[in-house]
Design a binder for this molecule. Structure first.
Ligand code: ADP
Ligand code: MG
Length: 338
């Protein structure tokens, strides 16, 4: 048995896009990405970055919706690319998804109870009406919703926050080990956002479910995340303990990001956008070396020679991919430990 729930090793995803005039170009959406989530204790790992930084690509890879160009994804010791049918079935149960727009995944003609009944039937979660009802009730309680009322509603009769909590309840029923949540609160009113983040914390602490929490919003990461990975154009700019990284960012990009947070008020939504040349515009301009070079206030000639490795910042869990720290020890790849 593996000690690790999920290990992502050197994951790279290259998309072929058709540019103007039909010319093909390759976009490296994710490059040599490494991450491991231990089985215990359950944790919330945030993947943050601007739009286009590769967050959804990572989610889709972990969910098995798209294939790696190179690298490996290993779940409980099993490489998912070579898993047999039974192992894939098991994986699909252990890893559940919650998406940004929960409206999109509901059929508007079915009541909430249908969503639950479908999952109970598909995953054989209850053998009689009583246990079926008990399971629905438990799932609703966990996410702070109450019984019959909600079950009889149609999706359009629910608020965005309620819809998202129903999706968390649905995921909970299946008893997964990991929930991949891609921008789960970005379409929810700020006032309701905290209640969904609370559900995630409860599922982690009371049930032992780990999360890959994907967001462009550092303030919510600060509230719930154990560990954070900040992506820049498909590469890790900085990673580590969420509080350390956000309180004392070291990578010039992350410093700009954090400085753009208006006030240290968790209720203020921070969009994580900074006023610099667009990401897409810059994406193709650097092929070797640090991808942040064109935008970096601290750039040096050597930054163009090779992509900087992750350097340890100090003894705590904190690493930055920047030559400013090259007197520090290089972090061991694929090792989440400090
Ligand atoms: P994020 O979720 O952080 O906004 P994405 O993972 O969606 O980022 O996208 C990362 C990069 O990959 C972007 O440049 C995007 O245009 C490109 N990309 C994403 N999905 C596809 C796809 N299916 N085909 C081609 N390019 C894609
Ligand atoms: Mg996305």
């Amino acid at each position: 048995m593996s000690e690790m729930l999920l290990e992502i090793r050197n994951a790279t995803k290259v998309y072929k896009q058709r540019g103007t005039g039909g010319a093909k170009r390759e976009v490296i959406a994710l490059q040599n990405f490494n991450l491991s989530i231990p089985k215990k204790p359950a944790s919330i790992i945030t993947i943050a970055g601007e739009s286009g930084s590769g967050k959804t690509t990572l989610a889709q890879l972990v969910l098995g919706f798209t294939r790696l160009t190179s690298g490996q994804i290993i779940f409980d010791g099993q490489d998912i690319s070579s898993a047999d049918a039974q192992q894939i079935k098991d994986y699909r149960r252990q890893v559940q998804a919650v998406f940004q727009d929960p409206f999109g995944v509901y059929n508007p003609f079915y009541r909430v109870e249908h969503v639950f009944n479908t999952v109970i039937t598909n995953f054989k979660l209850a053998s009689n009406p009583q246990s079926r009802r008990a399971l629905c009730e438990k799932a609703l309680n966990i996410v702070g919703l109450r019984g019959e009322d909600v079950l009889r509603k149609y999706p359009h009769q629910l608020s965005g926050g309620q819809r998202q909590r129903i999706m968390m309840a649905r995921a909970y029923m299946i008893s997964p080990k990991l929930i991949v949540a891609d921008e789960p609160v970005s379409m929810v009113d700020a006032s309701l956002r905290a209640s969904i983040l609370d559900v995630m914390i409860r599922l982690k602490e009371e049930i032992g479910i780990s999360f890959l929490y994907i967001t462009h919003d550092l303030s919510t990461a600060y509230q719930i995340g154990d560990q954070i990975f900040i992506l820049y154009q498909g590469t890790i700019a900085e990673k580590g303990n969420t509080i350390h990284v956000i309180d004392e960012p070291r990578h010039p990009y992350v410093q700009l990001l954090v400085d753009s947070v208006p006030v240290p008020d968790p209720d203020v939504k921070w969009e994580g956008e900074i006023n610099l040349p667009s990401d897409e515009e810059m994406r193709t301009s650097v092929n070797s070396g640090c991808r942040f070079y064109p935008r970096c206030p601290s750039r040096m000639d050597r930054c163009l020679t090779a992509q900087p490795p992750l350097y340890k910042i100090d003894e705590v869990d904190h690493q930055a991919s920047c030559y400013l720290y090259d007197e520090n020890e290089v972090a061991v790849l694929n090792n989440n430990s400090r």
